[in-house]
Design a protein around this ligand. Structure first.
Ligand code: NAG
Ligand code: NAG
Length: 262
């Protein structure tokens, strides 16, 4: 339509100002009403743009808080990965993660060099993304009730990391599940569990977890380990603490390290 070809260098020369408003104004100099109208349309488009981009940002926030609400300590595992690497070094080469949102953890682990990773999702995967579905299809992530024996042979993984899931088990099931996690590990088991008073699961998610989390104190856990004859891995614990101090990292969850069966 326009007889004048668009001169790209001139548009670039506008340097940051909104080029389409400027060129509209110069073309419609003989009709100030149309020009004002077009500027208003431009303004509406800009407002629409800002609205839609802030809308995108708030849906990102929703996703994050959904993760926090359902599984605060799984989020913590992601933060702690560099520290775990320092504490476990070579033991991080074959990892099983057990807990809600395991796809997120497994994807992060698989992105690391020299790390194989598998996951057990103890709850239903209602709104799994395509990436997660593909991990399930490949058998890397399994959906399994951890109240029953795990579908792996003894010492299948050098390191087993569990987050949140144990908080939802009564001692009757913990008695079986925790030794199961130790059984499938060859070096160590790392437990991430919530601090008492840290309840963050909302009503709609309780249905998924079956019961509210029972967040136990660290003395409760330590007594439980002794009762079930599970030994803490003090070497790993010390290394984890040292690496945390060096990076000024303070985990938002309790972290325990257990030795595998010899
Ligand atoms: C769990 O096991 C320990 C040690 O075997 C036992 O003392 C305790 O009573 C058990 N708890 C439950 C709830 O079965
Ligand atoms: C304890 O943790 C260390 C890593 O800090 C690991 O090398 C070792 O295999 C673990 N298990 C035992 C039984 O010491």
């Amino acid at each position: 339509m326009s007889r004048r070809p668009v001169n790209p260098s001139r548009r670039l020369g506008d340097g940051g100002s909104i080029p389409f408003v400027a060129s509209i104004q110069s073309k419609s100099h003989n009709s100030p009403l149309i020009s004002i109208g077009l500027v208003i349309v431009g303004a509406i488009l800009l407002i629409g743009y800002f609205y839609s981009s802030s809308g995108a940002a708030s849906s990102d926030i929703k996703d994050v808080s959904k993760l926090e609400g359902g599984s605060s300590c799984t989020l913590e595992v992601l933060q702690a990965l560099p520290i775990l690497k320092k504490a476990y070094g070579d033991s991080m080469h074959k990892v099983l993660h057990v807990g809600p949102d395991t796809c997120t953890v497994v994807s992060s682990l698989l992105a690391e060099e020299d790390t194989e990773a598998w996951g057990v999702e103890p709850y239903e995967l209602d709104d799994a993304g395509a990436k997660c579905k593909s991990l399930v299809r490949k058998g890397i992530v399994r959906v399994a009730d951890i109240k029953f024996p795990l579908p792996y042979r003894a010492k299948s993984f050098s390191l087993v990391i569990v987050s949140d899931a144990l908080d939802y088990l009564s001692p009757k099931y913990l008695n079986k599940t925790l030794p199961e996690l130790v059984r499938v590990s060859s070096d160590s088991v790392v437990i991430f569990s919530g601090y008492p008073g840290q309840q963050r699961v909302r009503g709609e998610q309780l249905a998924k977890f079956g019961r509210p989390a029972k967040l136990r104190s660290s003395s409760w856990w330590i007594r439980f380990f002794v009762q079930t004859s599970l030994e803490e891995n003090d070497t790993a614990g010390k290394k984890f603490q040292q690496a945390s101090a060096k990076k000024a990292y303070a985990p938002a969850c309790q972290v325990f390290h257990l030795k595998s069966f010899s």
